[in-house]
Design a protein around this ligand. Structure first.
Ligand code: PCD
Ligand SMILES: [Cu+]
Length: 804
């Protein structure tokens, strides 16, 4: 007993896996000591700002920069003409398309970069922007993707005759690609022969990650040494270095990319923006550092948006509710350039996880990418490559099918869930789900909210409403989602040819403390806290003695960065593997010190002890010291390891979310009475960080579902370019979250962990939307588009005749 207690104490002292260790980075952040991109200030630094297009589609007839150049303090004004000789007026996008860096002959969306002003300070730059005279000749605007596919108006004149794009054949001059998966014929057959079919157009509107810190960069070209240093808001610093090298011709070892602290990324900071390129060119031209920082409007109008997926779903089932087939056809509005940040082979990301948590025998998806006069981007905002869209689609289709069947939606889910013993499960659309236990999670969730009781209360409220006693309805929003995160196996996942592995390098210092560097980069997730915990459990040194460093390409091993909840599944695995290499060497050192054979020592929390003689041991601290001060025959001095990890599969976290909402039929106001979120992310590294991730992610989900929207008018004016119009949730809208979990470890991840950062958005949006729909189900509502703001909810009630 005493031994056990003592071992537990030693374990606790490490603050390893499973510990709600306080976030080490917060001491810095809460005291204003964060170091963000705008905190980078270099001597003699100049400032850039963009002239942006007021038009959504126009020919650029002329640009007159003379008045701007004449302004005191203005150093340069760059246009496409200046970039052209360098071959930098266009740049490749992550999706295999190309994008104008500065307007080359025409503009394709409102807010597009037209000229880059460089001045002594940001104010002069902004004043000079006003002095650049651009003559435009406006062109017909296409904001609707369905119309764009029929229109004679050619958006991308640069590729108008190209019949092939990066992802196969193009059907029309405004068409980007068609991407398909699954068995079309068998699916048609199943749906054709089915007893019940539900069909619906599910639209997931365009929104925006809107991180509190907008994007920016500082480029500093040292012409004497031929070295370029680039600080910026990069979620993938190494990829930026490679792209910068390929674009500029500067050798990669002469480029250093640094991501300082990032004030929220949410996928908005994965892509490469014209501002980065222009700051580099301006620094090369002027020979001094150049900073570019967006303002809020720039960020909302011109950087990576999210969603904008029109999903036409058909789902079939037997009378008893067993699903027999699923077909989804998506029209994907990509805006002016295809700048979606997906793994190269997947132009629609992992949308084919659209069969969700259900055992669906046959399925087929087709996605058509379309150009319109809107900002490019498309995969950001806690969506892990279109998984949010997919989850929203299937979770809406399930609800519609339940209506069609006259069935309870919780029961319909239950009878179609993939069963525990079916894992690893081969989905009809080609994925191998690594693990899951959906029934256990579902039962736990329904019980936690007293589902039966809620349905009774709902029925009572409905009766009161019909009897004229009340004007309130209750909506119970159910969701069971399956995520797919951790891209990804190098064999099928790459970004611009770089395989999506990740990495960790560890150095143990003689006194038994350590530094570990990773190829990922935290934007607020708390990597400095949690990755140290993985190591603490692997190598037996306290997490408090381990520094985690990310984001400097001169020191960190090559990695593909942080997005799509890949850090834990991939870099987290690399961290554990590197730790195991350290431990293997430590074992040899311990055996030598204890004068026994390697096989005669065993690992015990923070030490190696002689088998059968636990009182004879060497702690990791002893071993670390010995690694540097003893000559050990056959063992190199030092204690370091590096691991590059190529995951064998992705991880499949899942969750059961329930949103209980009261709706005031007369005002359209909603009140979330209860929000229950059960997440299964396998082995939990830090429960408190996970809770924080879920709180943040659900808050963003609810924001999207209840009001966040990037809206355009028919002239292509962005109507939501400021925080006056773009809804940002506050404490007022945020309910009290009830978090819960089950633990189904990933069988292939070294510590069994799956990602969690994306999950709450994937589950939160359908939970909210389903609650709204559920409240009106008795009155015949099948599908109504998000965002469900008060006006739209009021409108539903109005359309259903509930105001008469
Ligand atoms: N099992 C487990 C899992 C996890 N974890 C934790 O949690 C976190 C998270 O994780 P993950 O899931 O792996 O993820 P990552 O990769 O790290 O990250 C990413 C994500 O993340 C999230 N979250 C967040 N938070 C914050 N604060 N900020 C930010 O920005 C953000 N973003 C968002 C997003 S959007 Mo994308 O990009 O769209 O794709 S993707 C994303 C970290 O810390 C970790 O460690 C734990 O603990 N455990
Ligand atoms: Cu995403």
């Amino acid at each position: 007993m005493k031994d056990l207690d003592e071992r537990e104490e030693r374990k606790d002292a490490l603050k390893g896996l499973g510990c709600s260790r306080k976030r080490v980075e917060d001491a810095r952040f809460t005291q204003g000591k964060g170091n963000y991109i705008d905190d980078v200030n270099l001597p003699g630094m100049l400032h850039g700002d963009f002239v942006r297009s007021p038009y959504a589609h126009a020919r650029v007839v002329s640009i007159d920069t003379s008045a701007a150049m004449a302004l005191d303090g203005v150093v340069a004004v760059l246009t496409a003409k200046d970039l052209e000789p360098l071959g930098l007026h266009w740049m490749p996008t992550l999706a295999g398309d190309k994008q104008m860096v500065l307007a080359d002959g025409k503009v394709l969306f409102q807010g597009q970069e037209v000229a880059f002003v460089v001045a002594k300070d940001r104010y002069i730059a902004a004043d000079a922007v006003e002095l650049v005279e651009v003559e435009y000749e406006d062109l017909p605007v296409l904001v609707n993707p369905f119309e764009a596919l029929k229109s004679d108006v050619v958006l991308r004149e640069d590729i108008k005759d190209e019949k092939e794009g990066a992802h196969g054949a193009r059907k029309h001059h405004n068409h980007i690609f068609t991407w398909e998966e699954g068995d079309k014929e068998a699916t048609e057959q199943a749906i054709g022969a089915a007893e019940v079919v539900a069909e619906e157009m599910v639209y997931y509107h365009r929104t925006h990650p809107c991180p509190l810190e907008p994007c920016g960069s500082v480029a500093s070209m040292d012409k004497v040494n031929g070295k370029l240093t680039l600080w910026g808001t990069f979620q993938a610093p190494h990829v930026v270095r490679t792209v910068a090298s390929l674009l500029s011709g500067i050798e990669e070892h002469n480029i250093r990319v640094i991501s300082p602290d990032i004030g929220g990324g949410f996928g908005n900071k994965v892509g490469v923006y014209p501002g980065y390129v222009c700051s580099i060119v301006a620094s090369i031209v002027t020979g001094v550092p150049v900073k570019w920082i967006e303002d809020r409007m720039d960020n909302l109008m011109a950087t990576a948006f999210a969603r904008d997926y029109w999903m036409k779903g058909r789902i079939s089932a037997t009378k008893e509710g067993k699903i027999t087939g699923l077909d989804v056809h998506v029209t994907a509005d990509h805006g002016a350039f295809d700048a979606c940040a997906d793994p190269t082979k997947f132009p629609a990301g992992f949308f084919h996880i659209v069969t969700g948590s259900y055992d669906i025998p046959v399925a087929h998806v087709a996605v058509d990418g379309v150009y319109t006069n809107k900002a490019p981007g498309g995969v950001a905002y806690r969506c892990s490559f279109r998984v949010t869209e997919a989850a929203y689609c299937i979770e809406r289709m399930i609800e519609v099918l339940a209506i069609e069947l006259g069935m309870d939606a919780a029961e319909l889910r239950r009878i179609n869930f993939i069963k525990k013993d079916q894992f690893p499960y081969q989905s009809a659309l080609g994925w191998e789900y690594d693990s899951g236990d959906y029934h256990t999670a579902w039962d736990k969730a329904l019980k936690a909210v007293d589902y039966e009781g809620l349905r009774k209360e709902q029925a009572q409220m409905l009766e009161d409403f019909k009897a004229g006693k009340s004007r309130k309805l209750l909506g119970i929003g159910l969701t069971h989602f399956t995520e797919i995160v951790g891209a990804g196996p190098v064999k099928n996942c790459d970004i611009l040819g770089m395989g999506m592995f990740d990495s960790c390098e560890i150095r143990i210092h003689p006194t038994g403390s350590a530094i570990a560097r990773l190829g990922t980069i935290s934007q607020g997730q708390g990597h400095a806290t949690t990755f140290a915990q993985i190591l603490a459990s692997e190598i037996g040194l306290p997490a408090d003695s381990i520094t985690i460093e990310e984001g400097d390409t001169d020191t960190a091993p090559y990695g593909l960065g942080t997005y799509g909840s890949r850090s834990t599944p991939v870099a987290g695995a690399a961290t554990a593997m590197a730790g195991r290499k350290i431990r293997a060497k430590a074992q040899m050192i311990a055996a030598y010190l204890l004068e026994v054979h390697d096989d005669d020592v065993e690992w015990d929390v923070d030490r190696f002890a002689v088998k059968g003689a636990p009182e004879r041991f060497k702690t990791m601290k002893d071993i670390a010291y010995a690694a540097y001060n003893q000559a050990i025959p056959g063992v190199e001095p030092g204690l370091e390891a590096v691991s590059y990890y190529d995951p064998p599969n992705m991880t499949y976290p899942f969750g059961a979310y329930i949103c209980v909402m009261e709706i005031d039929v007369d005002t359209g106001e909603h009140k979330i009475r209860q929000f229950y979120a059960l997440d299964d992310c396998g082995t939990r590294i830090n429960p408190m960080v996970i809770d924080g991730q879920v709180h943040g992610g659900v808050t963003e989900a609810l924001a999207i579902a209840m009001g966040q929207e990037i809206a355009y008018d028919e002239m292509g004016n962005c109507k939501t370019g400021t925080l006056m119009d773009f809804f940002l949730p506050t404490a007022v809208e945020v309910p009290n979250y009830q978090t819960d979990h089950t633990v189904t470890p990933s069988p292939h991840h070294p510590i069994g962990a799956k990602g969690v950062g994306e999950s709450p958005n994937v589950g939160g949006v359908p939970a909210f939307s389903n609650a709204v729909h559920d409240a009106f189900r008795p009155f015949g509502l099948r599908q109504s588009h998000m965002p469900h703001d008060h006006w739209r909810i009021w409108k539903i009630a109005q359309t259903l005749g509930l105001h008469d």
